[in-house]
Design a protein around this ligand. Structure first.
Ligand code: ADP
Ligand code: MG
Length: 249
């Protein structure tokens, strides 16, 4: 009995020490039909369940990089992979390409793109309509339940008009929509932009909470407000050059 207990302890120890990293290596991007390189050998790595922040001047290439990570366009060269590590901190299998289905992206001012008349329709927009995929629907329903909970939207009715929600609640709804399908990586472009101070503080608290469950990569100018939850940070310089840079304390 004791032997079995020890075995189980060893196994759980091994599992808890394995981890994965998003690894971006030498990514360049030149939009089709142009001569201009918008990203120039971008490399960085972000450990799972941590929060990375990219900041830098407007027009430097931050949004372009997020679009590549979300699979919305393909790098001209370089790689975007998930690498697993063992408890000896050595790679324990070959790197796997980041799957776009496992990436959620919340664009800047996501509430501008709300389409539906109710919160429920907004969250379930794009779900399979045909019958026959009951397991998928069940999975999505569970995802919806947990997404609504994790962004603190439980206090509002699913019949409410998304356009009538406060700024902070609209932002929470946009986050919930991305969380339904449980992404491994959640990308946010300027998550605090356009919110009042109270909603900004609420979103920071929410991001801190989400970091326990998934990996977050954020583009923002709001360095001070986010600094307490940031694990690593980079500056994007004009011309799409990314450099690691700690936030000012
Ligand atoms: N499809 C495209 N074709 C050509 N230039 C583009 C395209 N998309 C963005 N750009 C240009 O790339 C640069 C970086 O843009 P962007 O990634 O939006 O910067 P940031 O998010 O840092 O403000 C800008 O100069 C922008 O005008
Ligand atoms: Mg941008």
């Amino acid at each position: 009995m004791e032997g079995r207990f020890n075995l189980r302890r060893k196994q759980s120890f091994k599992v808890s020490c394995d981890y994965s990293c998003l690894e971006v290596k030498g990514v360049c991007y030149q939009p089709p039909g142009t001569q201009q390189n918008l990203l120039n050998k971008v490399s960085f790595s972000l450990k799972e369940k941590s929060l990375g922040l990219i900041f830098g001047q407007s027009g430097s290439g931050k949004t372009t990089l997020l679009q590549l990570l979300a699979g919305l366009s393909k790098p001209t060269s370089g790689s975007i992979n998930i690498q697993k590590y063992g408890n000896d901190r050595k790679p324990n299998e070959s790197p796997q390409p980041l799957v776009p289905e496992k990436v959620g992206i919340v664009f800047q001012f996501p509430e501008r793109y709300f389409l539906a008349d109710t919160v429920l329709e907004e969250v379930t927009f794009g779900w399979p309509r045909q019958s026959g995929s009951i397991q998928l629907k069940e999975k999505l329903a569970w995802g919806l339940h947990s997404a609504i909970n994790s962004v603190g939207l439980t206090g509002i009715s699913l019949d409410e008009n998304p356009h009538a929600l406060s700024g902070g609640y609209k932002r929470r709804l946009a986050l919930a929509i991305q969380l339904v399908q449980v992404p491994d990586l959640l990308i946010l472009d300027e998550p605090l932009a356009g919110l009042d101070w109270k909603a900004r503080a609420d979103v920071v608290k929410l991001l801190k909470h989400l970091k326990k469950e998934l990996t977050l990569l954020i583009v923002s100018h709001d360095l001070k407000e986010l600094s307490s939850i940031v694990d690593c940070s980079w500056r994007m310089e004009m011309g799409g050059v990314l450099k690691e840079e700690a936030l000012p304390v």
